[in-house]
Design a protein around this ligand. Structure first.
Ligand SMILES: NC(=O)c1ccc[n+]([C@@H]2O[C@H](COP(=O)([O-])OP(=O)(O)OC[C@H]3O[C@@H](n4cnc5c(N)ncnc54)[C@H](O)[C@@H]3O)[C@@H](O)[C@H]2O)c1
Length: 695
């Protein structure tokens, strides 16, 4: 039973009960409709209250049945709403905590609504690239007015019930100490004999000169919504509440909703939404795996990453000790953190009280003895196996039993690091992205010996730190950097064949990346890639790279930090200005290689950069380094700025069609540096079977 029925005097109370948020899944809808019918048939019942058990009135659609036939099975949400609205006895929605999406649409179909203060009221469908499809776009403007309804529906942002107390949405917003059910039953008894019953559909949306307002809104929303069609569709549909009769508006809403359901952009957003949820599930680590308590943390190394990582703990209220080898480095690291918080304070994004609390949670030390009691220690020292060895041997000596020993290494072998200790089961990789206090992605590296409880704890911690945790196996570069290496290699080869940095960057930016590869490299520092390549030339001489980037570094052009990289930079200006000398160096290098430069299309640029990553990702999947294609998409959406409306590299490849991806790869394997393209067996197999990576 996912809705309960009980009687209080002459009032029937239907309580939606489908934890965690009373999603309106099929069983809940059916039980609610049955309750409404039962109340209709019972002469002793004079009025009906609908409310929600536990932590919500209703959060809307049941995500467990999203995209499944059950979502559309009768009684549909529209039928439930029509049953409530058509009831011959008054129906009162008793709202608390959360009333969103389909939940709010149901409430709008009731004759009366009363609410507790603090309830979150929203129609958030736009966040999944959709619009409210069960009357929300027609009924909300009738109670809130055109302007407020458009704002809520286009943004999807929750508004607290007390802020809407004076609108026709609520008959009453109660006092904070009121008992909702008692008040709702009393209210229902009071209105039991009122006829005719008030229906939101009968109200009129009055907005003088609405066309001018709507035109202004269309222009503003269009300019803000980039490649996503849903926000503008929301405006058009709400506009129908003024320009059309109610039933015509409902039909218009239905048509637009179904159209949006089919758009790639909405599919991409829904994919991202579900991928994020699924990423924290590990098949052999069940949800009830015990976790270790994380109440304190230590970070080794107060450099770029260590400082940001420490801020993550502090922001989550976990005290942290930063350890360095020299006082000077420690002071510098602590000062940087302080400055970061001061900037946030100055911008008004942090109160003085919160600022003081955060600063009080951070301390520094040079002495390992002072960190031994921490529940987790994250190592963020130089990327050098010798240094990591010294640190992990020391941690093994000083850390209390049961402490988690984490490494932020981006390229080194975590299993080797774990073996520097006598407790490899406690070692895990926590690969944060720069800037660590901002970027959402946390690659959680599962070593051969990493304990299941350690993995479960780290996944839970990632949520506490407000990160998207994605599990990766051990390999060079893990999921994200291993793929990006192919992207960088191709961007280098493109320079040899005829492109200049600006063309490549513009093509990728047009595709949707915030920054193309060369601007990105200038931001990160070209010396980082140079350092890695120099190691690769020795360790993996079989991998080919363009030497152009090395020549650039030999010119001392390390990127923004030196004011010069692939582009020139001016102080106080982040704009990239093409540089004649660099471009001449690129053209000369092609000549030195004996290549005749050719005109390369934007399509080729995008295909080579994206498909080279997809091909590597197929290997990563096959090797079991990533558990699922959607995890790879999450890595790229949250850590590498892959355009959200394209759903991530694997989703994008599925959209293009794997046979087309394979054809392109085969074509490029016959071109310059063609040996860089070996179709991954999984890609070949899925393409032949007519399947996609994401099913
Ligand atoms: N910078 C990035 O974008 C990035 C991103 C992800 C991961 N990483 C990884 O994070 C780690 C740190 O990188 P970073 O960019 O912060 O480097 P960094 O050079 O900015 O900082 C390293 C810090 O470690 C300190 N240190 C060195 N040896 C130490 C020791 N034995 N004990 C204590 N402190 C010591 C140094 O004094 C320095 O402050 C590396 O493993 C790197 O691969 C870096």
């Amino acid at each position: 039973m996912s809705a309960e029925y009980h009687v209080s005097g002459s009032v029937a109370v239907i309580t939606l009960n489908n934890p965690p948020v009373n999603g309106l899944g099929h069983a809940t809808r059916a039980a609610a409709v049955a309750g409404l019918k039962k109340a209709q048939a019972d002469d002793a019942i004079k009025a009906i209250v609908i409310t929600g058990a536990g932590k919500a009135f209703s959060g809307g659609a049941d995500i467990k049945e999203f995209n499944s036939p059950a979502a559309l099975a009768e009684p549909s949400l529209a039928t439930l709403i029509a049953t409530a609205e058509g009831s011959s006895k008054p129906v009162v929605a008793a709202i608390h905590t959360v009333c969103m999406g389909g939940g709010l649409e149901l409430a709008l179909g009731c004759h009366y609504r009363i609410a507790m203060p603090g309830a979150q009221i929203a129609l958030p469908e736009v966040k999944l690239g959709l619009l409210p499809g069960a009357g929300g776009t027609q009924r909300l403007p009738r109670v809130l007015g055109l302007e407020m309804a458009i704002n809520m529906i286009v943004s999807g942002t929750p508004v607290l019930s007390e802020k809407l107390a004076k609108t026709a949405l609520f008959s009453e917003v109660l006092a904070a100490d009121a008992d909702l059910l008692t008040a709702a039953v009393a209210f229902a008894s009071k209105v039991a004999d009122t006829r005719p019953l008030p229906k939101v559909r009968d109200l009129k949306v009055d907005y003088p000169n609405h066309e001018a307002f709507l035109q202004f809104t269309r222009n503003t929303v269009k300019a803000m919504s980039g490649p996503f069609p849903a926000p503008l569709e929301c405006v058009e549909t709400v506009a129908a509440s003024v320009t059309k009769k109610f039933d015509d508006g409902i039909q218009f809403e239905r048509e637009r909703f179904l159209k949006l359901m089919q758009t790639t952009e909405s599919k991409a957003l829904r994919h991202a939404f579900f991928s994020e949820r699924v990423a924290s599930k590990v098949p052999d680590v069940p949800a009830d795996t015990p976790t270790r308590a994380i109440k304190s943390a230590a970070v080794i190394g107060a450099g770029t990453m260590g400082g940001g990582i420490a801020m993550n703990f502090v922001n989550a209220g976990i005290p942290v000790k930063l350890l360095e080898t020299k006082q000077e480095a420690l002071d510098k690291g602590l000062a940087t953190i302080r400055k970061n918080y001061e900037n946030t304070l100055k911008k008004g994004k942090l109160t003085q009280e919160k600022f003081d609390q955060r600063i009080a949670l951070i301390s520094g030390t040079l002495d390992y003895a002072e960190i031994g009691q921490a529940d987790i220690v994250v190592e963020a020292v130089f990327e050098d196996m010798g240094v990591k060895e010294t640190v992990f041997k020391k941690l093994d000596e000083v850390m209390k039993p049961g402490a988690i020993l984490a490494s932020n290494t981006s390229t080194l072998d975590l299993d080797q690091i774990a073996n520097f200790t006598k407790r490899p089961q406690d070692v895990v990789g926590t690969h944060f992205f720069s800037p660590a206090n901002v970027m959402k992605l946390l690659e959680i590296v599962r070593g051969r010996a990493t304990g299941k409880d350690v993995l479960a704890t780290t996944l839970a911690l990632s949520k506490k730190l407000k990160k998207t945790g994605v599990v990766s196996g051990v390999c060079d570069g893990f999921i994200g950097n291993r793929m990006i290496e192919q992207y960088s290699r191709q961007s280098g080869f493109l320079l040899e064949e005829g492109c200049l940095p600006e063309q490549v960057d513009k093509a990728m930016e047009k595709f949707g990346f915030a920054m193309g590869p060369f601007r990105m490299s200038d931001l990160a520092g070209n010396d980082i890639g140079w350092y890695i390549r120099k190691r690769r030339y020795v360790e993996k001489p079989e991998i080919s790279y363009s030497k152009t980037a090395d020549l650039l570094c030999e010119m001392g052009r390390f990127g923004q930090k030196t004011g010069a990289g692939w582009y020139d930079y001016k102080a106080g200006d982040r704009k990239a200005y093409p540089n004649e000398q660099v471009n001449a160096m690129i053209v000369k290098h092609s000549a030195d290689l004996g290549l005749t430069r050719r005109k390369i299309s934007d399509q080729e640029i995008v295909e080579r950069l994206v498909f080279s990553m997809v091909n590597e990702a197929a290997l990563i999947l096959e090797e079991g380094i990533a558990m699922r294609a959607s995890d790879i998409d999450m890595v790229y959406l949250t850590g590498y700025g892959f355009p959200l409306f394209r759903g991530g590299p694997m989703f994008y490849a599925d959209t293009v069609g794997l046979p087309n991806v394979l054809d392109a790869i085969e074509k490029y394997s016959k071109g310059h540096q063609g040996q860089a393209w070996k179709p991954a067996p999984l890609l070949v197999k899925l393409a032949a079977e007519g399947k996609g990576f994401n099913g």
